[in-house]
Write a protein of this length. Structure first.
Length: 463
């Protein structure tokens, strides 16, 4: 569109330097300036949000949109619509569970083509590191040349046949290539070891039966290997969805030694606990698994002290039939939690109780994730950055899946989610992408309003 100046005002603008009353001047989709001011500026057309908070749009580095090939699991359209409704302005799509998986340049081209015209928010992409491409430098170089943010790998079976897990030699070969580009390796850190299979008497409808099949030691062994592979100058390593709090010490020690390693946890590990999962409720199944309450408490401490620097959703939906909702068999159900849209209030509800502030929230959900994947234009409300904002009310309760003004309709393709019926703190009022308001909450009738004649998102390809 034509170059135009937009000014947004709030008494609570969240910047890297703190929260204060300010006018945000937006020009050509970028933040031009952030001007501290006790009241909205005169002589300009100002969008005055009063006491609502304006935070940087969220950056979710771990999302499975599953297109092409499994769009009936989610897809670019519904997934990015849900993201917009949740104040997530940038997400990074995983190289699986789409089909084909994104392990070659040709497969990436198919994914990019499938996304055309369907992105409601900005989307970057992870490539995949598997045994089949790890030792083929030209294949990896071509894939990285397409502009993916880095490579994602599984150290345990992924559950998807054409995305095999890597061994140490594969990781070393992949890291060598990534090092040349200084791009990150994101790893699903579970290293399967011996574990007694569930006994014949074990009830597959009990969550504890499933939890016992993925012991903490798997995460510890995998993270131990990653900290050994991490260096001070090579490719950065990012530990995906850390669930085992006993592994935090390894991350802390490696970081203190100056090694380039970061770790994220996910909203479901911070919100739910093993003891609270009802029998047969397979919507809570994921890997690594949700662990006990005391484990959850330690993850929050690690988020507070910075050992865990990123929160992501690991949104990984599947059709109801694959979740075996009727029979409730935790051992056979597909693992993956549907959660993308709820990320902001799901994190804030407990975070605010634990004395962490809006700057911390912006740090773990915007600045740090953007840094991990090298998206320099994203992650903060500061001059020169993309004008991606979420306008929200941190004190307002919303009930997931409930109708009416107090509810929050689920925009994912499948409404099934363990968050259903939960009352969370934080109502998303509006979402801006590069200066354009792409989403608004219609409080009067409790509806989502997405900007027409869009969608406004674009693929973010590293040049």
């Amino acid at each position: 569109g034509a170059a135009s100046l937009t000014v947004l005002y709030s008494t609570r603008v969240v910047t890297p330097g703190g929260v204060f009353p300010a006018a945000i001047h937006v020009f050509n989709g970028r933040v031009q300036s952030v001007v501290p001011s006790d009241k909205p500026p005169k002589n300009t057309k100002v969008i005055d949000y009063g006491d609502l908070v304006i935070s940087p749009g969220l950056v979710d580095v771990h999302v499975h949109l599953n297109e092409p090939g499994r769009a009936e699991w989610e897809g670019f359209d519904t997934g990015t619509r849900a993201a917009a409704a949740g104040g997530i302005t940038t997400l990074v799509d995983m190289p699986l569970n789409s089909f084909p998986t994104t392990t070659t340049a040709a497969a990436f081209d198919l994914k990019l083509a499938a996304s055309r015209g369907k992105l409601h928010v900005d989307v970057a992409f992870w490539g995949g590191l598997v045994p089949a491409n790890a030792h083929n430098e030209s294949v990896l170089t071509e894939l990285l040349g397409r502009g993916v943010v880095g490579l994602k790998t599984f150290m345990s079976p992924s559950g998807i046949g054409d995305f095999e897990n890597t061994a140490r030699a594969d990781l070393e070969a992949g890291l060598k290539v990534l090092s040349r580009y200084q791009l990150p390796l994101m790893a699903h850190a579970e290293l399967p070891g011996d574990v007694d299979p569930p006994s014949v008497e074990a009830d597959p409808r009990k969550y504890a039966t499933y939890l016992a099949t993925r012991p903490r030691k798997w995460e510890q062994d995998a993270i131990e290997m990653l900290t050994q592979l991490a260096t001070e100058t090579g490719a950065p390593i990012h530990v995906a969805h850390l669930s085992d709090a006993d592994s935090l010490g390894k991350v802390r020690t490696a970081r203190a030694a100056g090694k380039r390693i970061t770790a994220e946890t996910c909203t479901h590990y911070l919100v739910f606990a093993a003891e609270e999962i009802p029998d047969g409720d397979t919507l809570y199944k994921c890997a690594p698994p949700i662990r006990e309450k005391e484990n959850r408490d330690r993850l929050w401490k690690a988020l507070k002290d910075g050992t865990l620097s990123v929160v992501s959703s690991d949104h990984s939906p599947a059709p109801p039939a694959d979740k075996l909702v009727e029979e409730g068999d935790f051992l056979r159900a597909w693992g993956g939690i549907s959660s993308l849209q709820f990320s902001l209030p799901a994190t804030w509800t407990k975070m605010s109780k634990l004395g962490m502030d809006l700057v911390k929230l912006a740090d773990v959900w915007s600045a740090a994730p953007a840094a991990v994947v090298g998206l320099g234009a994203k992650g903060a409300i500061a001059p020169g950055k993309d004008a991606d904002f979420v306008v929200w009310d941190p004190s307002q309760d919303v009930t997931v899946g409930a109708p009416g003004p107090a509810g929050w309709a689920v925009e994912h393709r499948h409404p099934l989610t363990p968050y259903h019926g939960l009352t969370l703190k934080g109502r998303v009022v509006a979402t801006y992408l590069r200066g354009t308001k792409i989403y608004a909450w219609g409080a009067d009738e409790g509806v989502h309003r997405h900007r027409g004649a869009g969608p406004y998102g674009k693929p973010l390809l590293r040049r």
